[in-house]
Design a protein around this ligand. Structure first.
Ligand code: ZN
Length: 103
């Protein structure tokens, strides 16, 4: 009789995959796991995080533009909202500087 393993091979694979993703060592000196919201106030860490989640970032900037700050804050926290606003200003200023949008 063959012994049937209780271990779910897919679960084992997922755990292996998860632990294989190492935090990024950034030039600011911090280590960042891009799957999680940064626990620092470092603008560089947040920039990398926002750029790594482009779709979510764009959606949430749009929500902030439509004054849905409370809704975004309820999902991601007030720190996220503060940093996202800072990031939106950074992107705007960079776009003006690069001539992508008129001042
Ligand atoms: Zn940093």
């Amino acid at each position: 009789m063959t012994q049937v393993s209780n271990e779910d091979p897919l679960k084992t694979h997922r755990i292996k995959l998860r632990s294989a993703i190492k935090p990024l060592k950034l030039t600011c000196g911090h280590s960042l796991d891009i799957r999680m919201i940064p626990n620092t106030n470092c603008p560089d860490c947040w920039k990398v995080f926002f750029l790594s989640h482009k779709e979510m970032t764009q959606t949430n900037i749009k929500l902030l533009q439509e004054s849905h700050d409370a809704e975004v804050s309820a999902v991601h926290g007030s720190k996220y909202v503060k940093q996202l606003k800072r990031f939106a200003v950074f992107v705007y200023e960079l776009s003006v500087k690069e001539g992508l949008i008129a001042n």
